[in-house]
Structures are given as structure tokens and as C-alpha cells.
Design a protein. Sequence first.
Length: 376
Amino acid sequence: MESIQVALAENSYEISIAPGNLDRLGSKCRELNLGHKVMVVSNPTVFGLYGDRAISALSQANFEVSYCELPDGERYKTLESIGHIYDQAGDRGLERSSTLVALGGGVIGDMTGFAAATWLRGINVVQVPTTLLAMVDSSIGGKTGVNHPKGKNLIGAFHQPRLVLTDPQVLATLPQREFRAGMAEAIKYAIIGDPQLFEQLERAAGLGQSQIDAQLLSTILTRSARAKAEIVSKDEHELTGLRATLNYGHTIGHAIENVTGYAINHGEAVALGMAAAGQIAVKLQLWTSGEAQRQNTVIRKADLQIELPPQIDLAQIVKTLQSDKKVQAGKGIFILPSQIGATETISYERSNPTEKLVSDALIEQVLTAMLPITSP
Ligand SMILES: NC(=O)c1ccc[n+]([C@@H]2O[C@H](COP(=O)([O-])OP(=O)(O)OC[C@H]3O[C@@H](n4cnc5c(N)ncnc54)[C@H](O)[C@@H]3O)[C@@H](O)[C@H]2O)c1
């Protein structure tokens, strides 16, 4: 059993990681003195598998428990779904002391967190991540939100959970594709700050399989959660630039997700984004091609792609990058690796051809090289 603290100026909280934790949900919430009313937010897929256990753990701890069901999928990560949570919260009479429990992956976690941030100007949220991606990343750190047709996660708020309760046993039912997607985020942590973890991933077999060695899975969960907790503790609201390092692979990744209408999921897009950012770093002579190659080998070992789909619209990706939250007046930042375990923050100036900067032209050049080679 692992207990990691996210130490903040106000409202520090625990990330608890242990097999069987789902059955401790009620008692862990009780320890936090949460109000009487709790609403579990989930989708039919996850609730069908784990809803009864979550509800019964909370009921046994004497909470008044209700359930709000949202449809499953990134395309439902919208304000409309948030409206549905508000309707249910109103019908159930949730109060300032009440709690939303996010039982699901990153989509449910982000939406439940956002609803909790805004209902009555802020109520409690407890994150119970059920995908690898949510366990290593999205459930921790308080970034919440929904998508807008103009881009991913454009609407949101910072709202820290009261508790993150991780039960690795629930990964047994996770589809392999989703497991691989989570592994992309674990690889990200290794590249941006954990060379030891990277070496373990390099040596491991079956990285893309949820039947991965239990000890390695435990290492991945704890090291990733610790890394995120440490970064969030030092830069909760992404003000100093430290937290921005977590966006490695995400800038281009988000654009790919958006342009493909989320047919490529978040983790898959992050893998492609890391492959692209790695090549940009090599072109800017920040990173050696040997290390970029090692990164790509580990990505492939997790059965993730480093090749773009043949029909993808590169110009549209570059255009989408321009509406990225972090780009203003054509300027933004790119997180690029300088070695395995370290990154540099480089300016993105769309039309500036200076060698030390990331430009639209450089991005397009790198993405073009990532298209599959077609025979004439
Ligand atoms: N807030 C943050 O800091 C942050 C960080 C990274 C990603 N995100 C967000 O996370 C989202 C992606 O999250 P995700 O990859 O977890 O996707 P997801 O939430 O869509 O879950 C993937 C699929 O797995 C199913 N599922 C979940 N747990 C399961 C289980 N144990 N068994 C069987 N099926 C299960 C879900 O129902 C869904 O169909 C994106 O919207 C992304 O923007 C947020």
C-alpha cells in the first residue's frame, strides 16, 4: 500500500494506491469528515463493473449515496454533460459539504471535477481513477474541464480533489488499447524527469499489456503519481513553468486528437506528440538522435504508434495548434527533451524561422516525416 501526499499551501490531499482500495472508499471518505450526501458520477461501462462496490462501500460508511450517469466517451466531454450533473445535483439537494465521486477514467474525472468546482461555487470531489491514464496522471493535480468545438479542454478550472483513491485491480477489465494509452503518460514521466523509470521500461517486456508484471505496474503507478504530486506541489496553478513540463507531447498530441475527431485517443496522441516533439528537439540540436530513438523504441514497445495515419490533414493540425490555450499572439512554448530525464522550454513563434525556435514550418516538416511511406 502506498500513500503519497500532494502537499499544497491549502487543501493538501492523499493519493492512496492499494489493491482492494475500492472497498475502502467509504471508510477513506469518512476519515475526511465529508458531508452526508455523496453523488457518484460514472458511465455505464465503468458503473456496470464497479458501481455496486463503490455504492456499497459508501453506504456502509453511512453516506447518503446517489448516482449520476453520463454517456461513455470523449465526445461527451461537453458542457451539456456538465448540465446533466448539475440537474442531478439539484434534484438530490447537494450542499456545500457534499461530495462528487468520479468513478472512471480521465473523461469522467475531468467532468466531475469541473462540476464540483462550479456547483455552489465549489464542493468536494474524490477521484477514483479506473484507467491507467487517470491513475498516473489525470486524477492528480486538480485540472478539470470539458472540450469546446474550438479545441480540447478549453473550458475548465483548477479544483483539487480531497482524495485520490487508486485500486490497480480494476485495470484487469481495462481494454488493451486504453492500457497502452495510459502507458504513454508513464513514458512521458520517464522522459521528463525519471531516467531510472525509463531504464526499467526499456528492460521490461509486454509494456502494452495489462497483464504486465505486478511489481512493474506498482512501480509505474507510484513513481508517476509521486512525480505529478511533486510538480503540482511546487506549481499548483502552472505559474512558474514547472507544471508545463507535464505537457510534453501534449501540444501536438491535443491537436492530433482534435483533428481526428478523437478517433485517436489521448494517450495514443500523446505518444505521437512525443515522437514529434522528440524529432523537433533533434532538429534544434537540443537532443541526440540516439536518445530520441530510444524513446521511440519504448513507445513502440508499448504497442503505440509513432507513425501518423495516412489521411491526416497536417495543415489542419498546425492550424489547431494556433488555438492552443498556451499560444498567444502566435507565440507559445514547447516542452522539448534535452536528455532522458530532462527538458527545456522552447519558444514557439509560428512564423519565425530562427533556428532556436519552434515554428509552424518546422512542425510541418517533422509531421510530414511521420507519415507512412507510400509506394509511388
Ligand atoms: N486533468 C488532467 O490533468 C488530465 C491529464 C491527462 C488527460 N486528461 C484527460 O483524460 C481524458 C482521457 O482519459 P482516459 O484515457 O482515462 O479515457 P476515458 O475516460 O475515456 O476511458 C477510456 C475508456 O475506458 C473505459 N474504462 C475506464 N475504466 C475502465 C475499467 N477499469 N475497465 C473497463 N473499462 C474501463 C471507459 O468507460 C472508456 O470507454 C482526456 O479527456 C484527457 O483530456 C486530463
